[in-house]
Design a protein around this ligand. Structure first.
Ligand SMILES: [Zn+2]
Length: 346
């Protein structure tokens, strides 16, 4: 096993000729794949250019995956959500506070239809090689997970739709305090929207490849984030996903953490016959010593990772999440991409 794919995310899908220049730069940085971050605004406003941008990437020799970036604020991403703007209902609700939250409830038919329509339009009208499910999650809990227990017992979603589904299945009212039935319910429902959509994408194009990228959490006896996709066995076992991916780890975390997450990611992917993917943080923050990038890439390679991904093009240059030395960071990642691929080919 060796690293065969090096991906970079890219946003700002406006002009084909501008994207072309950027795609050439990606190729010069050893990228084999571009992950296009598609926003709800792109779908609503810039759609005519999206299929052309996909074609241009292909023409230059890049594979293309489409990332439903921040859609409904259900996926990770900084973009704003048209769904939330245009719908005052179908939002996740805090179980204890009872407050409507700025996240779409992906267990409602309204959001499921909206999301699926968006994906199937992309599947039909572009020649994408696949889709990238980017950090899907329930609103809560997250940072509350800690070794010493929860700072809060709040969780989502306890909206009317989730409550009815829960009662229909378990025969009692959905509790406000999370129990095992709620955990199971959340995992099962969270998987439905992605599996159903992935299945329909593959009906349109059987070769379409699906990556499910979940948070890189410990999921130990003491620490679990309960974001809905933290049961890695359930995610990796899904027959509709081809690649099991876990997200970025901040550079300042200890090497042991990188190793632990990566080992478990690779084991989980192999257990279910999937490809494994690990990420590099190529925006916002950079390692104190750039040699750490080389070491982490070597570690991923040694542990048998199949694919590398980096967020994002040019180290986030020009955005509020740019790394301090964004372009240098991008260059170092590019050098590592070329090095990793060369190793594989030699
Ligand atoms: Zn709900």
């Amino acid at each position: 096993m060796a690293i065969t794919q090096t991906a970079i995310s890219y946003y700002g899908l406006n002009y084909v000729e501008h994207a072309e220049q950027d795609f050439r730069e990606m190729l010069n940085h050893g990228c084999t794949t571009v992950i296009l971050a598609i926003t709800e605004f792109d779908m609503d406003f810039w759609f005519p250019n999206i299929p052309k941008i996909v074609d241009k990437a292909h023409e230059l020799g890049l594979r293309v995956l489409l990332d439903t970036w921040g859609v409904g604020k259900y996926f990770g991403g900084e973009q704003v959500s048209l769904f939330l703007q245009n719908n005052t209902e179908n939002r996740q609700v805090g179980a204890i506070s009872g407050e409507k939250l700025p996240h779409a409830c992906f267990n409602t038919q309204s959001f499921r239809d909206y999301f699926q329509r968006l994906c199937l339009k992309l599947a039909r009208e572009t020649k994408t090689d696949g889709f990238f499910w980017d950090e899907p999650h329930y609103a809560f809990p997250k940072s509350y997970a800690s070794i010493t227990g929860s700072a809060s017992d709040e969780w989502a979603c306890r909206c009317p739709v989730c409550m009815k589904k829960f009662r229909d299945y378990y025969g009692y009212e959905m509790p406000r305090i999370m129990n095992d039935d709620v955990k199971q319910f959340r995992w099962r429902e969270a998987l439905f929207i992605l599996e159903d959509t992935s299945r329909k994408i593959k009906e349109i194009n059987p070769k379409s490849e699906i990556t499910c990228c979940v948070h890189a959490t410990l999921n130990s006896y003491y620490v679990t984030e309960y974001r809905g996709y933290d049961n890695w066995d359930m995610v990796a076992a899904s027959p509709y996903f081809d690649v099991f991916s876990t997200t970025i780890i901040a550079w300042e975390l200890p090497e042991g953490f990188f190793e632990h997450i990566t080992r478990r990611t690779v084991d989980m992917a192999r257990k279910y016959g999937k490809q494994s993917e690990r990420w590099l943080m190529g925006y916002y923050k950079q390692p104190a010593d750039f040699a750490q990038i080389d070491k982490v890439v070597d570690l991923y390679d040694k542990l048998g990772v199949d694919r590398l991904g980096t967020w994002t093009y040019r180290g986030g240059y020009g955005t509020v999440l740019a790394a301090p030395d964004a372009l240098k960071l991008w260059d170092r990642i590019g050098e590592n991409y070329k090095r990793a691929l060369k190793k594989t080919r030699s």
